[in-house]
Design a protein around this ligand. Structure first.
Ligand SMILES: C[S@@+](CC[C@H](N)C(=O)[O-])C[C@H]1O[C@@H](n2cnc3c(N)ncnc32)[C@H](O)[C@@H]1O
Length: 363
């Protein structure tokens, strides 16, 4: 059972990360104001009381993260899991990359994709520099910086927010309690560099894990992070989440973290629909993505600034989208949603009972 000293260590670590994130953003914004003023985005002011609400929401996220480790939903060691040495080595590269980002933003070059990428191999919406990312999702350089950039953006809360998919996934998997853990297949859609899979490996050590993403460079990075872990290696597959290369009813649980806001509305529906197809009856889908205007109107200014600072072409549409209606349109039932700091987590079930024959065979 994690003790009070560990809790204090966790809280101190998270405060340290938040400080680093805030300082990084403060210094880089000032530098951009001096070196590339005409490219600086015009953000809306964030009043002091809103900052206070954000701090409280962040504290609640950390409390929940701690409690769920204490309840045994995942090992407490996950709370401290970060590739510190890697991040330290990559941090200077984040700074070296920043002027390129400013330049692209100033010149409004949002489709600056490396030569050699075959545009016919990807959906049109994907061929962009999301977040003004150098090379979009198309290079090892981009994949090497991504995790650290996300941690800095979210002040060290990216991993605690990703971990919020674990509790609803585990709840959903209870429907398959009669089956041996090694018979359960859990798919992480748009796994990127595999950070969610890393959390799932610790929480579900015996389950068969799969990860799918369109980016081979990001999957290569995922392979590096996941290869360090004991146990079975998750299977990584390159593919489009709108039409995944897996059989109908072949998985019992699906997670999908931070994908929805990067898709046009139609693709969003296609992905949800394809998740429904892949799930065995009784299976669970857990989506995690940005909070939205309907559930968090008080954070509208924060959402607006995110859209102004980063190239997020579908974010405005996403924050007004009705994800619950999309889940129901695909056939899902028992839709539930909860907010954790900047992330909203939906869980939904494919109706029907788990395949009895598979259950008996595994027993
Ligand atoms: C914001 S990142 C999130 C990655 C990861 N889930 C995380 O938590 O960091 C979005 C990911 O979605 C992937 N992606 C975008 N559109 C996709 C699609 N249609 N099919 C599969 N992957 C896609 C990108 O390559 C990228 O890795």
């Amino acid at each position: 059972m994690p003790d009070q000293l560990t809790k204090l260590a966790y809280q101190t670590l998270q405060q340290g990360k938040a400080l680093l994130g805030v300082t990084h953003k403060e210094v880089s914004t000032r530098l951009m104001g001096v070196l590339a003023p005409d490219g600086a985005p015009r953000t809306v002011p964030v009043p002091a009381e809103l900052l206070d609400q954000l701090r409280q929401a962040m504290d609640r996220l950390h409390d929940r993260d701690w409690q769920e480790a204490e309840q045994g939903l995942y090992p407490a060691s996950l709370l401290f899991d970060a590739p510190w040495l890697d991040y330290a080595g990559r941090y200077p590269l984040v700074w070296l990359d920043l002027p390129l980002t400013w330049q692209r933003r100033r010149q409004r070059r949002v489709r600056d994709i490396p030569d050699g990428v075959d545009p016919t191999a990807y959906p049109e919406y994907y061929l962009q520099n999301f977040h003004h990312q150098t090379d979009g999702y198309f290079s090892d350089h981009s994949a090497a910086l991504y995790d650290l950039q996300v941690e800095l953006l979210f002040n060290g809360t990216a991993e605690p927010m990703r971990r919020r998919v674990i509790a609803p996934l585990r709840r959903g998997l209870q429907r398959f309690a009669g089956r041996a853990p090694a018979q359960l297949r859990v798919l992480d859609v748009a796994t990127g560099t595999g950070r969610t899979l890393r959390q799932l490996r610790a929480a579900l050590p015996k389950a068969q894990l799969l990860g799918l993403d369109l980016s081979t460079a990001y999957l290569r990075q995922a392979n590096r992070w996941l290869g360090q872990l004991p146990g079975e290696l998750p299977q990584l597959v390159q593919g489009n989440a709108e039409a995944m290369p897996f059989a109908d009813s072949s998985v019992q649980a699906i997670s999908c973290v931070f994908l929805m806001h990067e898709l046009p509305a139609e693709a969003r529906q296609n992905v949800i629909q394809d998740c429904f197809r892949l799930l065995e009856p009784g299976g669970v889908l857990v989506l995690a993505d940005s909070i939205q205007l309907a559930d968090s109107p008080q954070f509208a200014a924060v959402m607006e600034n995110f859209r102004r600072v980063f190239h997020e072409p579908y974010y405005r549409n996403y924050i007004s989208d009705d994800i619950e209606a999309r889940l129901q349109a695909a056939g899902f039932t028992d839709v539930e949603a909860e907010n954790h700091f900047m992330t909203r987590v939906w869980s939904a079930r494919r109706p029907g009972s788990p395949d009895r024959a598979a259950q008996d065979e595994a027993a």
